[in-house]
Ligand binder design. Structure first.
Ligand code: EPZ
Length: 428
């Protein structure tokens, strides 16, 4: 494997209390970039992808593509992938362990080679996150699948058209199935699919490659082809990064303009910001202005599949609720263990009680800076937000979690006036 990425063990130092002001541009979507980068495996022709964020996860995706035999080039948010040399159909544990979205190579490799050997992703800190739905689609198409030595070993001789109803709405399960079926001859139907904007961005790419995909409600009809073409595509903006920055502007009592986003993708998040008392002006289809009013109102939040309130914004809004005037209820319906940020927020003075899937957050006067640990991508974002409003200094450790999904977040926040520095961890 070319130059395996070593996780940085940097920390972020944040001095709380500054109101954020100014404008900042949102980066491209991590969760759209990853499936689209792996869709290149479905063709032998070169592909160009714009607005790809510079993240640990996208770096891992390039590494995996190179491991499979593709050649990649990345500079200033533009990615070039030449998949003509792809000849390997195995995704090793070392990579999948680092980024579970590596399972998205299953569909393309199985369609291209009739073979895929991919390490089981294993659980992660936010939940078991099984991939049974991904595998059921491949089985329905005629694949024989064996799970041995921690790997999913799939082979398929004659591909049958698929008609499958997902038992769970799954984002990457839908993406894996759409890529696989787009790379096979025949007409298939998927029901109960995920409709996240990132899934729809992948659909746009698959259509550019030559697949015919019609989507109505949560049903997709796919007519695939063994002769998919290269493509040029600009990835949609990251609605979760945009939501995170919006919460930062709101809870610091600031006035921020976010540019380069897609307002149409942020309905439920903007609604919750307004419920909490934020003044949100839609300046045009790609710009919003977020100002705080003089208080934060308590919220009732229940995460749901798109277009519901996104689970990836739950931790960030919990930080806002910590300072609300009253008790908020936050129910996490997508993952069974996505409250790891609670313990760290409590160390900063938050008053939170978790019962089952619901966190009850009683607003407090203020949070206090502390040394806190990131546990997963969005939890680390919630701790950074807490540091921005806490009294005193906050030190956020293990920010490689943050670097997986946010492109230089501290630089964006600094541009808005935050007192935040990245420091290399002093070797003790
Ligand atoms: C995607 O993960 C995102 N990752 C996640 O973002 C996001 O939180 C999640 O969708 C939900 O929106 C990428 O797109 C790379 P799921 P994914 O399959 O596809 C269960 C971030 O912060 N399930 O939609 O892995 C599963 O256990 C990351 O950027 C099955 O039971 O999520 C979970 O409880 C974190 N069987 C629920 O469905 C399956 O086969 C939703 O999972 C698949 C999923």
């Amino acid at each position: 494997m070319k130059g395996t990425i070593s996780y940085t063990s940097d920390v972020l130092l944040i001095e709380g209390g500054k109101r954020l002001r100014g404008s900042v541009r949102v980066s491209g979507s991590k969760n759209a970039s990853l499936p689209i980068l792996f869709a290149t495996l479905l063709t032998k022709e070169p592909c160009t992808i714009y607005n790809v964020p510079d993240l640990l996860d996208t770096k891992t995706a390039f590494e995996l593509l190179e491991h499979l035999g593709a050649s990649t080039f990345y500079r200033a948010s533009e990615a070039e992938v030449d998949p003509s040399g792809v000849h390997v159909y195995e995704a090793p544990h070392e990579v999948v362990r680092r980024m579970r979205a590596s399972v998205l190579v299953m569909g393309p490799l199985l369609a291209r080679f009739g073979r895929a050997v991919v390490s089981m992703p294993g659980g992660c800190s936010i939940g078991v996150r099984s991939i049974d739905q991904h595998l059921k689609v491949f089985e329905r198409a005629g694949a024989s699948i064996s799970l041995k030595h921690g790997y999913v070993d799939m082979s398929i001789r004659r591909i049958r058209p698929v008609e499958y109803t997902f038992e769970v709405i799954t984002v990457t399960g839908t993406e894996n199935a759409l890529m696989f079926l787009s790379g096979c001859e025949g007409r298939s139907i998927l029901r109960n699919i995920a409709l996240e904007p990132e899934v729809m961005d992948l659909v746009e790419v698959l259509k550019k490659m030559g697949a015919h995909i019609e989507i109505e409600d949560r049903t997709a009809i796919i007519r695939g082809s063994k002769d998919l073409k290269g493509f040029v595509h600009e990835v949609i903006p990251d609605r979760i990064e945009a939501g995170t920055l919006a919460v930062a502007g709101f809870i610091t009592g600031g006035d921020v303009v976010l540019e380069g986003l897609r307002v149409e993708h942020m309905g439920s998040v903007l609604e919750k910001l307004r419920d909490a008392g934020a003044v949100v002006d839609v300046l045009d289809l790609s710009r919003i202005r977020v100002r705080s009013s003089n208080s934060i109102r308590p919220l009732s939040i229940a995460t749901a599949e798109y277009p519901g309130f996104p689970t990836d914004m739950q931790a960030q809004f919990m930080t806002a609720c910590c300072l609300a005037e009253g008790v908020s209820e936050i129910t996490e319906n997508i993952f069974e263990n996505r409250f790891q940020h609670v313990a760290e927020l409590q160390r900063m003075g938050a008053d939170i009680h978790v019962r089952g899937r619901t966190a009850f957050v009683r607003g407090v006067e203020r949070l206090y800076g502390a040394e806190v640990y990131s546990t997963d991508l969005r939890a680390s974002a919630s701790l950074v937000l807490a540091g921005l409003v806490a009294e005193g200094q906050t030190l956020v450790r293990d920010i490689f979690h943050l670097d997986r999904g946010y492109e230089r977040l501290e630089e964006k926040l600094k541009k808005l006036g935050a007192l935040i520095e990245r420091a290399p961890l002093k070797k003790s």
